[in-house]
Design a protein around this ligand. Structure first.
Ligand SMILES: C[C@H](O)[C@H](O)[C@H]1CNC2=NC(N)=NC(=O)C2=N1
Length: 115
């Protein structure tokens, strides 16, 4: 089993396929606080992070934005007072790709710097 944080995202240009539920289940212990759900038939993973104020939530949002640009894989981010909801899925596969699991694990690493 490879460590998600040590992997890099691959560019998705279309033609890639979604990962299987068995693969998601195998990696889930590395991202235990993320929940998987479906929107219009597409799988996504999501986690809510909590912060002491809006400014810190915004700084975390920007740090995740920097990560997204560095890896060319981009989340949905909802920033509120004291909260950021991070959602990962892959538009080009219409569901979950390894990129999403990698990015969830890397999001966890960044959150450790905000604790
Ligand atoms: C070439 C580049 O990697 C692709 O356009 C990326 C950009 N960021 C992306 N982010 C997400 N979440 N899904 C994608 O399919 C996607 N495609």
């Amino acid at each position: 089993m490879t460590t998600l944080t040590q992997q890099q995202c691959i560019p998705c240009h279309g033609g890639e396929t979604a990962i299987s539920q068995a693969e998601i289940d195998a990696f889930q212990p590395q991202i235990p606080d993320w929940c998987q759900y479906e929107v219009k038939g597409e799988q996504r993973i999501e986690r809510l992070y909590q912060f002491k104020d809006f400014k810190t939530a915004l700084a975390f949002t920007n740090a995740i934005g920097e990560l997204a640009e560095a890896e060319s894989h981009h989340p949905a981010l909802l920033t509120e007072w004291g909260k950021v909801t991070v959602t990962w899925w892959t538009h080009t596969v219409g569901g979950l790709h390894m990129n999403d699991l990698i990015m969830a694990a890397k999001t966890e690493e960044i959150f450790k710097q905000f604790k």
